[in-house]
Design a binder for this molecule. Structure first.
Ligand SMILES: O=P(O)(O)OC[C@H]1O[C@H](OP(=O)(O)OP(=O)(O)O)[C@H](O)[C@@H]1O
Ligand code: HPA
Ligand SMILES: [Mg+2]
Length: 165
């Protein structure tokens, strides 16, 4: 987390907005698909699963697998490790495979995933400048000092009125 702070701004994404943005990403990915279409999707858990489901539906991809990556911070050094790999017999080097995540921030997660599937096409819904180069296709860029709040991390709450509380 250390290199992810501080965040001066917040970008709040509702379920509606996430659905719209993931569909916009699917539309773009359809235009970039190989002749026979994308043959499989690998969602990066957990945040990649919601957009991956929406994209799989739009592009009619039935082979959907997951990769689980955990990041560790040891003082200034940090490393990411793969906790669970996709079916590598099916994925091969990643030709015709889409890797989907909700966002790229520092790029640490995608660096590792791209090593495993070097020929895959990488797509995220949101991107920050540090990690943008690791993504082939994304929809919305936010600044590095913005924290993106996803709908699965939020709940509706009562707020006091401005006057008369
Ligand atoms: O570009 P990076 O700096 O690596 O950060 C981006 C990753 O961080 C978040 O996942 P997180 O590891 O917090 O796990 P989660 O998806 O299970 O919430 C996000 O969903 C991306 O996968
Ligand atoms: O901006 C973010 N929002 C939610 N999760 C994240 N993981 C890395 N960066 C972010
Ligand atoms: Mg994630």
């Amino acid at each position: 987390m250390t290199d992810r702070l501080p965040h001066e701004k917040g970008f709040h994404v509702s379920w509606d907005q996430l659905h719209r943005d993931a569909r916009a990403l699917a539309w773009r990915l359809q235009g970039e698909a190989p002749e026979d279409g994308w043959r499989a999707i690998v969602a990066i858990t957990r945040g990649g699963m919601a957009p991956a489901m929406i994209i799989a539906r739009e592009l009619d991809v039935r082979a959907v697998d997951t990769i689980s990556v955990k990041s560790y911070d040891h003082q200034t050094q940090s490393e990411a490790i793969i906790l669970k790999s996709p079916d590598m017999d099916l994925m091969g080097e990643g030709d015709g495979v889409l890797i989907i995540d909700d966002l790229v921030d520092t790029g640490r997660t995608l660096e590792l995933v791209r090593k495993l599937l070097p020929a895959a096409h990488v797509a995220t819904v949101y991107a920050k400048p540090k990690g943008r180069e690791l993504v082939h296709t994304f929809i919305t860029e936010v600044s590095q000092d913005t924290w993106i709040f996803f709908p699965w991390d939020m709940a509706l709450q009562y707020v006091e009125p401005y006057r008369g509380a």
